[in-house]
Design a protein around this ligand. Structure first.
Ligand code: PMP
Length: 464
């Protein structure tokens, strides 16, 4: 499929009719469909084609699911092989050769110390169900109840996963500061900010009058995704590992979004070398089909048969597609490729930030990239950060779509433009993505007044 988009004179009626019926029939809680009014009918790699005949570069990738992009040949082949074999597609949690092969491939990629004795629980097919399973597991194993989680976290939409997320309204989960350089609550940032965050955690656990009983577990994302693409420093992750290990608190690492090469290492924990007690996995491990598991140290395996059941834990097509994806990323070194390409994309985005004072921060790890848009007319705080500008971010997302580029928004105020392209993209495709984004930002700046009524054309020189 060519990179260049085709723009037909008028959208065909099928496209408009489908969108109209969607808005009439689907729930008010629908999400992506609101800001991305497209009707995908074909897709390959980075490119999606809509029912209106337009082509888009897809940097949403099914919310970070499509490590190999859409319809990769090895994924299609794996699915066809299962279909043609006559194997049952639905088997609850029974043993099958497909599941056996998936587990073997997954264990081959795990941090060595965990792989030696790991146990796996196949969960209901969403990341959020695996998060629930992780909480149940550590509660049973420790006999304790409370949980520790981080500001800005996202772990899912079911009750307990939501309670551990930054958007929780009612929760008994203890919230800890996550090291967020650009908006450091300690106004220092860098290693010092991360160390202060770690000390706060430590003091809550050690102060007998902190009001925080020893929890059943701590859950964290190595890079906060929905929270605004915030990579945790490796040193801070090692501190969290040390603090939890010293106090016999199981550390649950949520790699639902960061796993399978996305951040430039096969698992994001590989950067710091920490070995979690539990890893939560979903998204890319199913090779674009629904699959979610937890993998954990065998000492924690104290729960009863049926403690975390569910009908749809045996999706054979997802296991085959997932095993093929894991093997392809591993044998082709796509994790390293994501790291190299991601660094180059960050460099180019940083140059773009030098030209646009509406870009407050550029950050990321591997091919998990974020551009935080800020109110260019507002005063900066002592750390140089300015208030988020969600209105401008929405305008950038819209301008991207007009230019044939699909991006997601995230972050505390939905003001972070997020790029999650497939790990298979070429250098040329990466350039095309950044060209379109740069053009969209310039266009949005021209047409969007700042939240405090600033001049719409405040720019630092010209964009690269
Ligand atoms: N954890 C993380 C880190 C995620 O990014 C997400 C989804 N964005 C989830 C958990 C929940 O996964 P799901 O939407 O499949 O329930």
């Amino acid at each position: 499929m060519a990179l260049t988009e085709t723009v037909p004179a008028a959208a065909p009626p099928a496209h408009e009719g489908i969108l109209r019926r969607q808005s009439l029939r689907e729930s008010a809680a629908r999400t992506y469909a609101r800001s991305l009014p497209i009707v995908p009918v074909r897709a390959r790699g980075l490119t999606i084609e809509g029912a209106d005949g337009r082509r888009y570069l897809d940097c949403l990738s099914g919310a970070g699911t499509l490590a190999l992009g859409h319809n990769h040949p090895v994924v299609l082949e794996a699915i066809r092989t299962v279909l043609d074999s006559g194997a049952p597609l639905h088997v609850l949690d029974l043993a099958t050769p497909v599941k056996d092969a998936f587990t073997t491939e997954l264990f081959a990629t795990l941090p060595g110390k965990l792989a030696e004795t790991a146990r796996i629980q196949f969960c209901g097919p969403a990341g959020t169900d695996a998060v629930e399973a992780a909480f149940k597991l550590v509660r049973t194993a420790t006999g304790r109840d409370g949980l520790m989680a981080f500001s800005g976290a996202y772990h899912g939409m079911t009750a307990e996963a939501l309670a551990a997320s930054g958007g929780a309204q009612h929760t008994s989960v203890v919230r800890l500061p996550y090291p967020y350089d650009y908006r450091c609550p300690f106004q220092t940032g860098g290693e010092r900010g991360a160390e202060l965050a770690a000390r706060w955690t430590q003091s809550l656990l050690d102060d007998p009058k902190s009001g925080v009983p020893r929890p059943a577990g701590m859950i964290l994302e190595p890079v906060q995704g929905e929270g605004g693409v915030i990579p945790a420093p490796d040193g801070w992750l090692r501190r969290m590992r040390e603090i939890t290990a010293d106090r016999q608190i199981p550390l649950i690492v949520d790699e639902v979004q960061t796993g399978v090469g996305r951040t430039g290492a096969f698992w994001a924990v590989d950067h710091s070398g920490i070995v979690p007690d539990v890893i939560v996995l979903s998204k890319a491990i199913g090779g674009s089909l629904p699959l979610a598991v937890i993998v954990y140290r065998e000492e924690l395996d104290a729960w009863q048969p049926g403690a975390h059941a569910g009908t749809f834990r045996g999706n054979q097509l997802a296991m085959a597609a997932g095993a093929a994806t894991l093997a392809y990323v591993r044998t082709n070194g796509l994790d390293r490729r994501a790291g190299e390409l991601g660094r180059r994309m960050v460099d180019r985005l940083t140059a773009l930030a030098a030209a646009h004072d509406c870009i407050g921060d550029v950050r990321g790890r591997g091919l998990m990239l974020g551009v935080e848009l800020v109110d260019r007319s507002a005063d900066a705080d002592a750390m140089g950060a300015r208030p988020a500008d969600p209105q401008l971010a929405a305008a950038v997302q819209h301008a991207c779509l007009e230019r044939g580029l699909i991006v997601e928004l995230g972050g505390r105020h939905s003001a972070v433009v997020r790029l999650l392209p497939p790990l298979t993209i070429t250098d040329e495709q990466a350039e095309a993505i950044l060209d379109r984004l740069a053009d969209a930002i310039a266009a949005a700046v021209r047409t969007t007044p700042g939240p405090t009524g600033s001049s719409p054309t405040t720019m630092r020189g010209t964009s690269p």
